[in-house]
Each structure stands twice: as structure tokens, then as C-alpha cells.
Design a binder for this molecule. Structure first.
Ligand code: FAD
Length: 382
């Protein structure tokens, strides 16, 4: 039997690896078990918000990340070829007055490299956890590479979490399901949004929202709401949809388009005994508004000192972990409400509803509401 680790993290995605780095920097004995042999190249999260940038600075990853990322300093909302309003992130986040955009797999690679420097050999790829049993004094994990024991086990294993299931924690659905089509294209939108402007653009059109975000390498990510999960649609279909709704011509796709359905879900608890959940294992938030990965990172920032305390003073473990559970579930609920608002604003609109929505957008992007909205969009309240 291998030594009992202080903390074993199940799942080496962005949240598990970030937590591993934060714990390692704090001197904790930590190991990550990741089922994939090779990293995923699916580009999901792109937006990295100011509170997360501060955390990345704390673990020594920020400079490398900013060398690769695009800085989005502002966003604008358009409808029928006209600008309804714009938001600057400058005053909302004085230290990092922008959202950094980088494909998730590149961010994950930087985190893995950093953890490898901090704890060589402790990121174990190709190890699948199949069962988890909390024995009271420690937790026993069964994996396809043998058994592992730890004082605390963290479920960072995503929305279909085996750890959450093993801990008997419920998974509640919040709100309704929506569908989108997403793809990256060479950036021809600069002419549309102003030269050199690294701006996010939300097109609130009659047929449903289309969103567009700059990416490194002269690319742009486009996301369009669809009536159904268009699994057979390709980049040409997405380009046609963008043109039809917004008038913008995109050409030259980079990679294939992909369809996704948005679900919002929240775990009934974020800890049970010596088992704790973080990231998508604890809450699945709609990508519309780009919060899921960042919310998980903020879980990690809150969990690290709680775990340190629980390991150091075992008699306080239950109360510090209950505090983590309470604050982070509240943050997840707020994020879900914000994502619900974003999705609602982006739904198809005609006639009176369209007029009312556009008037609301104008009001929200003018002082004094605009600062509050910019703070919400840069995740300053989570
Ligand atoms: C289209 C799209 C766009 C998005 N855009 C944004 C955005 O701009 N900003 C943002 O903040 N968020 C965004 N998100 C959300 C973001 O991608 C997720 O919130 C994030 O990936 C969650 O990270 P995680 O580490 O918690 O889980 P995951 O990324 O799901 O990682 C879980 C890891 O656990 C491993 N694992 C699973 N089961 C086991 C097991 N039994 N044993 C061992 N390992 C296991 C998996 O292989 C995986 O590597 C987006 C999501 C989508 C779908």
C-alpha cells in the first residue's frame, strides 16, 4: 500500500490542477489522479476573469498565461446593425482591467506544467477512480491502478462526478435547457468592431443571441443560440447563421464547429465527511457569460485554507468545511442566476419584447448601472 496522502484530487481538469497548485504552494502533500492518458484538445472555457488572474499570479502562472492570451478590455451589445451600449472593464477591476482569453486546453497545460514543477510525478495521468469509501479516519479510493488512501479526497471530476455519486450527494437541476452552436474563425470582425479593438461583441438579434470573442492568433470564437441541438451542423452552417442574424461574414474556420446544450445544476452539498467537491462536480453553470471554470477556481481559493486548517486542527475540520460549503454554494447560486439572466436576454425577441429588452440594455450600459454590470461580468461578486 502506498503512503496515505494528505489530499488526493480526483480529476486533473482546470479546477483540480489549480487546486493542486494552490495546495502545493501552501506546502500540502497532494496528488492528482486523472483518467485521461492524453490531455483533451476540446476548446471550452476561454474567458479568465480578474479574480482568477490574481490567483494565477499567486501560483506563478500569470506571466506565461498573459504572454499567450488576448486581453478583452471592453464589450458591446448590438442589434439590427447598431450599437445599443458598451461596457468597459477598466474601472470594475483596477488591478487587471481586462478579461484574458485563451483556449482552455492551453490554460490547463500551463497549470499542469506548474504543478509538475511544484510536485514532480504527482499528476498521475491514465488513472481512473472507480470507487470511493470514507472510512472516517481516511478515505479509500479504488482505481484501475490499485488502491490509494488519503486524509481528504477532492472530487474535481466534472459534471458526471463519480466522487459526488459515491458520497451520496444529490444533483439538482436549475432552470431550463438551451442549445448553442460554437466555432472559431479567422477574425474578420475587427472592421465591424473598430480597429485593434479586442472586444467581446454580443449581438442581441431577433432570432436569438450571437456572441463573438477575440482569441489569440487572430482568431475569434463565435457562439449562436439554436432552436435545437444541431449535432450535424458544421462551420459553414454556423457561418450562414451568423451572417443571417448579424450581417457579419465569417470565413476560414479554425477547427470544426460544435453544438452544445446548456444545463445548470447544483450539488445538494459540497462536502460529506472527508470528501469535498469543487468545480463542475459541485455546480454546472451555463457557459453563457463564461463563469464555470472561474467559479471552480474561486472554490479552490476558498478550499485551500479550509483544508489546511482541517489538516492542522482536526477538531475544527467540520466547521471550516461547513463554511466552505455555505459560501461556495451561495456563490454558485448567484452565478447561476447571472447566467440565467444572460440566457434570458439572449432569447429570440420581437415587437414589444424586443423594444423593452433593447431599452433595458441601454439603461444597463449607462451610468450608474454600467459599473455594477461590469463588476458582475468580471466576477467581482463571486
Ligand atoms: C462550450 C463551453 C464554453 C465554456 N466557456 C467558459 C468560459 O469562457 N469561462 C469559464 O469560466 N467557463 C467556461 N466553460 C465551463 C468550463 O469549461 C468548465 O466549468 C470547466 O471545464 C470545469 O472544470 P473542472 O476541472 O471542474 O471539470 P472538467 O473540466 O470536466 O475536468 C474534470 C476532469 O476529471 C477527469 N475525471 C472524470 N472522472 C474521473 C475519474 N473517475 N477518475 C479520474 N479522473 C476523472 C476528467 O477526465 C477531466 O479531466 C465552458 C464550457 C463549455 C462547454
Amino acid at each position: 500500500m502506498r503512503p496515505v496522502r494528505d489530499v488526493v484530487i480526483v480529476g486533473g481538469g482546470p479546477v483540480g490542477t489549480m487546486l493542486a497548485c494552490v495546495l502545493a504552494v501552501g506546502g500540502i502533500d497532494v496528488e492528482v489522479l486523472e483518467q485521461r492518458e492524453q490531455p483533451s484538445l476540446r476548446s471550452r472555457a476561454i474567458g479568465i476573469h480578474p479574480p482568477s488572474l490574481a490567483t494565477l499570479a499567486g501560483i506563478g502562472v500569470l506571466d506565461a498565461l498573459l504572454e499567450r492570451a488576448v486581453r478583452i478590455g471592453a464589450g458591446e451589445v448590438r442589434c439590427d446593425g447598431r450599437r445599443l451600449g458598451q461596457l468597459s472593464f477598466e474601472r470594475a477591476a483596477p488591478r487587471y482591467p481586462f478579461v484574458a482569453a485563451l483556449p482552455q486546453y492551453e490554460t490547463e497545460a500551463l497549470l499542469r506544467q506548474r504543478f509538475e514543477q511544484l510536485r514532480p510525478g504527482r499528476y498521475r495521468s491514465g488513472v481512473t477512480v472507480t470507487a470511493v469509501r470514507d472510512g472516517g479516519a481516511a478515505v479509500l479510493l479504488s482505481t484501475d491502478a490499485g488502491q490509494v488512501e488519503a486524509r481528504y479526497v477532492i472530487g474535481a471530476d466534472g459534471a458526471r462526478s463519480v466522487v459526488r455519486h459515491a458520497a451520496g450527494i444529490t444533483w439538482q437541476q436549475l432552470g431550463r435547457r438551451e442549445t448553442y452552436l460554437m466555432g472559431d474563425f479567422i477574425d474578420t470582425a475587427l472592421a465591424d468592431t473598430g480597429p485593434g479593438a479586442s472586444r467581446a461583441v454580443l449581438y442581441f438579434e431577433r432570432g436569438g443571441v450571437v456572441e463573438s470573442f477575440p482569441l489569440p492568433g487572430g482568431r475569434r470564437r463565435w457562439v449562436a443560440m439554436t432552436d435545437f441541438l444541431a449535432t450535424d451542423a458544421g462551420s459553414a452552417d454556423l457561418a450562414a447563421l451568423i451572417r443571417h442574424r448579424t450581417g457579419v461574414r465569417v470565413a476560414e474556420p479554425v477547427g470544426e464547429a460544435s453544438a452544445f446544450a446548456v444545463q445548470q445544476r447544483l450539488a445538494g452539498r459540497m462536502h460529506a465527511g472527508r470528501i469535498v467537491l469543487v468545480g463542475d462536480a459541485a455546480h454546472q453553470i451555463s457557459p453563457i457569460g463564461g463563469q464555470g471554470m472561474n467559479l471552480g477556481w474561486l472554490d479552490a481559493v476558498a478550499l485551500a485554507p479550509a483544508l489546511q486548517r482541517a489538516l492542522l486542527v482536526p477538531s475544527q475540520a467540520a466547521s471550516v468545511l461547513a463554511g466552505y460549503d455555505r459560501t461556495r454554494r451561495n456563490a454558485a447560486r448567484r452565478a447561476a442566476v447571472q447566467a440565467g439572466f444572460n440566457m434570458n436576454m439572449g432569447r429570440p425577441a420581437h415587437g414589444v419584447r424586443l423594444g423593452a429588452r433593447n431599452a433595458l440594455v441601454r439603461a444597463l450600459t449607462l451610468p450608474p448601472a454600467n459599473e455594477l454590470i461590469a463588476r458582475a461580468f468580471t466576477m467581482r461578486w463571486l
